[in-house]
Design a protein around this ligand. Sequence first.
Ligand code: SF4
Ligand code: SF4
Length: 98
Amino acid sequence: MGKKRRLLVAREEIAWFPVIDAESCNGCEACADFCRPGVFAPAAPEQDAVVARRSKMQVANPYDCIVLCTRCEPVCPSGAITLPDPRQFERYVEILDH
Ligand code: SF4
Ligand code: SF4
């Protein structure tokens, strides 16, 4: 992604961010380690959890996700991360050649 990109509307108007399937997530944190903008953060541990388990991951900062980026999807070993169809969102991003 060497080219400069510009969003054509405010970031908060673009519903581009990952969704985590909580059933599939094993809390490995690979996504959080990978994503530089810091979109992911572990959920708070359940207070009444009898056995200490790794927390499920959450999409803590959805609007920090880079529009049209899909790089964390294959990073998840559980296939728990889904991103929208990029074709629906290309109209929000201008690629600047220079
Ligand atoms: S799509 Fe890219 S920016 Fe968005 S959460 Fe995944 S790695 Fe981070
Ligand atoms: S990489 Fe997948 S399984 Fe691991 S914490 Fe993230 S969403 Fe959960």
